[in-house]
Design a protein around this ligand. Structure first.
Ligand code: SF4
Ligand code: SF4
Length: 376
C-alpha cells in the first residue's frame, strides 16, 4: 500500500469497487454486532489516511494462525484492511532476517511506544528460564514482555497464545503458558480458536481503527461479538437435534441428509464461537456444515477438556443433568422439544428412540418409559 493511502484508495487501486468496500463495512458492522448504521462510521474511519504500526510475534506454535491470516486465493477487502496497518515485523513472512529483522522490532518498541499494535501467536514457555523458545538469543518471555508492555494493545490469536493451547496440554514439559498468564496486566484481547478466524481479527482491527478502543470482552478476555453465543444455538443442524434426528455412523443416511452430529462427538453445545455465521474459506462453509462435529477449539484448555473428540458430551444440552449421553437415544417428542428449546423452561417427555434407525419416524413410544426431565 502506498504511503498515506486510505483503505478506499487502496481498494480502488486493486480493482475493488466502492460497492464491495461498502459491503465489507456492512459485514464488519454485522460481525461486530453493531447496528447497520455503523457501516457508514466504519467506512469513514477506513477512509482516513492513517497507518498504525503492527508487529506480529510468533512463539511456541505451529504457525497455523499465520497460515489462517495469509491463506487467501485472491485479494479481499480484509487483506486490504490489514494493509492499512504498517506491518513492521513478522518473522515468518518478512523479507528481512537476522540482525536487520530484530533491529526493526527494536525500532518500533523504541520509537512507537504506546502507539503500535501487537499480534501474538503461540504459547510462552516458562520452564527452565524460558530456554525452549528463543529468537535472536532472547527468550519468548523476554520479547513478549518488552514488546507487549510498550504497545497500545495486544491481540492474542489462536488457542496457544490464549491459554497455552496444545503445548500446555498433558505433561507440559516446557511450562507453556498463554500470553495473559505469562505477561499479566497488558491491554489484551484474546481471539482463541485452532486456528483463529482472520475475519474476527479484521473486525477487531476495524473496531480499533474506528473507535480507538478494543471491543467489549467476556470473562475470558474474548470479544463478545465473536464468542458471545453457543455454536449449538447458531447451528443449521439444530432443528435435527431438537427433533431427535442424529447421525449414528459416518456416512449413514443421517450423515448424508445433514442431521445433527451430537452422537458423533460434536461439542457445539459447549462451544462459544461465531463459526456458523462468519464461516471459513471465504465464508463458504464451516466444520459442522461440511459434516464434522465441532471440537470446541475456542473453549478453555480444549485439548484436555473436550477430548476425546469423537465421544459424546456426557450431558446433552437442553436436558437435565441426570440425562447421560447414552440416554439421548431417548429423545424428545419433536413438538415439545421445539417449545422447550424456544423457551428453555419447563418439562419435556422423552420417547424411546430405536437406535438402529436414526430416523425420527421410528420412535417407539412406550408410555411406561416416559420420564419427566427438567430442562436446563
Ligand atoms: S450438537 Fe453440534 S451438530 Fe448438533 S445442533 Fe449442536 S452444534 Fe449442531
Ligand atoms: S466449528 Fe468448533 S472446532 Fe471448528 S473451528 Fe468452529 S469452534 Fe473450532
Amino acid at each position: 500500500m502506498a504511503a498515506e493511502e486510505s483503505v478506499l484508495e487502496t481498494c480502488k487501486r486493486r480493482g475493488i469497487s466502492r460497492r464491495r468496500f461498502m459491503e465489507f463495512c456492512g459485514t464488519m458492522a454485522a460481525t461486530l454486532a453493531l447496528p447497520k448504521a455503523y457501516s457508514q462510521t466504519i467506512a469513514e474511519a477506513l477512509t482516513q489516511k492513517r497507518k498504525p504500526v503492527l508487529v506480529w510475534l510468533e512463539f511456541q506454535d505451529c504457525a497455523g494462525n499465520t497460515e489462517s491470516m495469509i491463506r487467501t486465493t485472491h485479494p479481499t477487502v480484509e487483506d486490504i484492511v490489514l494493509e492499512t496497518l504498517s506491518w513492521e515485523y513478522h518473522e515468518t513472512i518478512m523479507a528481512g532476517y537476522g540482525k536487520h529483522a530484530e533491529a526493526a522490532l527494536e525500532r518500533v518498541v523504541r520509537e512507537e511506544k504506546g502507539k503500535y499494535l501487537v499480534v501474538v501467536e503461540g504459547s510462552i514457555p516458562t520452564a527452565d528460564d524460558g530456554v525452549y523458545c528463543t529468537i535472536g538469543g532472547r527468550t519468548a518471555m523476554d520479547i513478549a514482555s518488552k514488546v507487549c508492555r510498550g504497545a497500545a494493545a495486544t491481540i492474542a490469536v489462536g488457542a496457544c497464545a490464549w491459554d497455552g493451547g496444545l503445548p500446555k496440554a498433558g505433561p507440559n514439559p516446557t511450562g507453556a503458558a498463554g500470553l495473559h498468564e505469562a505477561v499479566p496486566g497488558i491491554n489484551i484481547v484474546n481471539l482463541p480458536g485452532c486456528p483463529h478466524n482472520s475475519v474476527n481479527t479484521a473486525a477487531v482491527l476495524v473496531h480499533y481503527l474506528t473507535f480507538g478502543v478494543l471491543p467489549a470482552l467476556d470473562g475470558e478476555g474474548r470479544p463478545l461479538f465473536a464468542y458471545g453465543q453457543l455454536i449449538h444455538d447458531q447451528c443449521e443442524r439444530r432443528a435435527h437435534y431438537d427433533a431427535g434426528r442424529y447421525v449414528q455412523a459416518w456416512g449413514d443416511e443421517g450423515h448424508r441428509k445433514g442431521w445433527c452430529l451430537y452422537k458423533m462427538g460434536c461439542k457445539g453445545p459447549e462451544a462459544n464461537y461465531n463459526c456458523p455465521t462468519v464461516r471459513w474459506n471465504g465464508a463458504t462453509s464451516w466444520p459442522v456444515k461440511s459434516g464434522h462435529g465441532c471440537i470446541a477449539c475456542a473453549s478453555p484448555r480444549f485439548w484436555d477438556t473436550k477430548s476425546p473428540f469423537y465421544e459424546r458430551l456426557p450431558h446433552p444440552a437442553g436436558f437435565g443433568v441426570d440425562v447421560t449421553a447414552g440416554q439421548i437415544g431417548w429423545t424428545v417428542v419433536a413438538g415439545v422439544a421445539a417449545a422447550t428449546a424456544a423457551h428453555a423452561v419447563g418439562h419435556v417427555v422423552r420417547d424411546h428412540f430405536h437406535p438402529g434407525n436414526g430416523d425420527g419416524s421410528a420412535l417407539e413410544t412406550t408410555l411406561a418409559e416416559k420420564q419427566t426431565t427438567e430442562v436446563r
